[in-house]
Design a protein around this ligand. Structure first.
Ligand SMILES: Cc1cc2nc3c(=O)[nH]c(=O)nc-3n(C[C@H](O)[C@H](O)[C@H](O)COP(=O)(O)OP(=O)(O)OC[C@H]3O[C@@H](n4cnc5c(N)ncnc54)[C@H](O)[C@@H]3O)c2cc1C
Length: 468
């Protein structure tokens, strides 16, 4: 007799790939689905869970990380198992997951970065903000990133919240950073940093800046830091000025920038210089090392349709700097055997159902949520309605899936496969031990935690051998 998938007799077997916000909101929606019986296995590339909440959110924004308490409760639900330190597409292939699970939810985020595509980008001292953020947050991939803070000026390219985080961390009072969970290696480097000025470049005007008002207001509250805004940059073209009427964030940003411009320099030891309508055209080098950025002044002009477009004015100047961090967006990266929309850098989907290419037919049992689904935009909370929508598709599809061949649906099957592959999964209990260890080390010195930043050390701490 055939049992309906998702019933008490035949719980639906679900694999969630990733353990960031999108993954946890999908798990929450699945567990809350009325009458649905699911057994959920979570696979995460790193031993540590929480994706960008641990590795992206700035260490001086601790309160935002409190959201992980909700995720912890979900991970500890009896229907959920956690397999950290397992990379799908490397340790386990998609086809293998498809044999073991009825439905797979890809929640892999968008860990790549965008390039400026200008000369000099590959020079030493030029890096994506993704790497710098990973470095100060203790992401194991960036543990050994060479970050040279012996220069006085850094240029940050971009006008989003990540650019603002990066600029702030570079000049923030180290005594304040020392009270956060910033990685120890970053704290040590920042203690001896000679960076005195960060120039933030926005290619468009202040009315088009992508940062939230909280981020720019926070600049004004930084101890020992002047915020320099040229009042001439705040003189808006008529279309930008009109835009402020319908955009509360932009209007607030322009107001805050006016207040900062009025305050001007007050003799603080460090400064952030906000430059608008300025694009980098070349990263300049000396002996292979960044020594500056050539920039062009832009103008916003209306096109035939009356929309603002950005044009270079042909007026150039050079900013001397020892480091350039481009913060112009994260980018999805292809997952082996999973369709990828290279233009939008997302996994193609309709309502969260992964399709065989853009405009293709849905692939039975394969779904996507979060940044991998819609691209790298939105705050943590944006991933919740997004995940709920995908889970609605998953639940709606269950009757059709019940006809599928059973495959190897025994919960032990995946554990045997991992053992056979000599992959050492990091369990939720392992994470709890590591978490307690990090918190204890932090508590001794008045910090929320001191992060362990090497995978081998994480495995050692819980008594697991490290297989490379
Ligand atoms: C620098 C930065 C700061 C931010 N600060 C804030 C903030 O202050 N407030 C706020 O609300 N939002 C903030 N955000 C946005 C927020 O972090 C994102 O909206 C959210 O993390 C996206 O969730 P996600 O689950 O789609 O991706 P992610 O959080 O990136 O999670 C992806 C997960 O997939 C895993 N993974 C990837 N590939 C594989 C694989 N092949 N196999 C197994 N696992 C895999 C990763 O290990 C990770 O756990 C910030 C973002 C960045 C980049």
């Amino acid at each position: 007799m055939e049992h309906l998938l998702g019933s008490a007799d035949t719980p639906v077997r679900i694999a969630v790939v990733g353990a960031g916000p999108a993954a946890f909101y999908a798990i929450e929606a699945l567990l809350k689905s009325p009458g649905l019986h699911a057994s959920i296995d979570v696979f995460n590339r790193l031993p540590t869970p929480f994706g960008l909440v641990r590795d992206g959110v700035a260490p001086d924004h601790q309160s935002i990380k409190a959201v992980t308490r909700i995720y912890e409760r979900l991970a500890e639900h009896p229907q959920v198992r956690y397999f950290g330190n397992v990379t799908i597409g490397r340790d386990v292939q998609l086809a293998e997951l498809q044999r073991c699970y009825d439905q797979i939810v890809l929640a892999v985020g968008a860990p790549g970065d965008r390039q400026m595509e200008i000369p000099g980008e590959a020079l030493r001292g030029s890096a994506p903000a993704t790497a710098f953020v990973g470095w100060y947050n203790g992401h194991p991939d960036y543990r050994d990133l060479a970050v040279d803070l012996t220069h006085e000026r850094v240029v940050v390219v971009g006008n989003g919240n990540v650019a603002m985080d990066v600029a702030r961390i570079l000049v923030r009072d180290v005594a304040e950073l020392a009270q956060t969970d910033i990685a120890d290696h970053a704290l040590a480097a920042l203690r001896t940093s000679r960076v005195r000025e960060v120039v933030v470049l926005g290619r468009r005007g202040p009315a088009q800046a992508a940062f939230t008002n909280a981020e720019i207001r926070e600049f004004g509250e930084l101890h020992g830091v002047d915020i320099i805004v040229d009042p001439a940059d705040l003189v808006l073209d008529p279309l930008s000025a009109a835009m402020l009427d319908g955009n509360r964030v932009a209007a607030a940003n322009v107001r805050t920038l006016h207040a900062l411009a009025e305050r001007g320099a007050t003799g603080q030891p460090r400064r952030i210089v906000m430059r608008f309508l300025t694009s980098p055209t070349e990263v300049l080098g000396d002996g292979g090392q960044v020594c500056g950025v050539r920039v062009e002044r832009n103008a916003l002009v209306p096109n035939a349709a009356g929309e603002l477009t950005l044009v270079g004015t042909g007026a150039y100047d050079t900013i001397a700097a020892g480091m350039v961090l481009r913060s112009i967006g994260y980018r999805g990266v292809p997952l082996p055997d999973v369709p990828f929309d290279a233009r939008r850098a997302v996994i193609p989907n309709v309502d969260g159902r992964v399709t065989a290419g853009v405009g293709g037919a849905p692939i039975a049992g394969l779904y996507v949520v979060g940044w991998a689904k819609r691209g790298p935009s939105g705050v943590i909370g944006t991933n919740k309605p997004d995940a709920i929508a995908t889970v609605a598709s998953m639940v709606a599809d269950l009757p059709q899936l019940s006809c599928r061949a059973a495959g190897d649906r025994a919960p032990a099957a995946i554990e045997q496969l991992l053992e056979w592959r000599q992959v050492t999964p990091f369990s939720w209990d392992d994470w709890r031990k590591l978490d307690a260890h990090e918190r204890e080390r932090g508590a001794d010195v008045g910090r929320p935690r001191i992060k362990v930043t090497r995978v081998a050390e994480m495995l050692d701490l819980v008594g697991k051998a490290h297989v490379t």
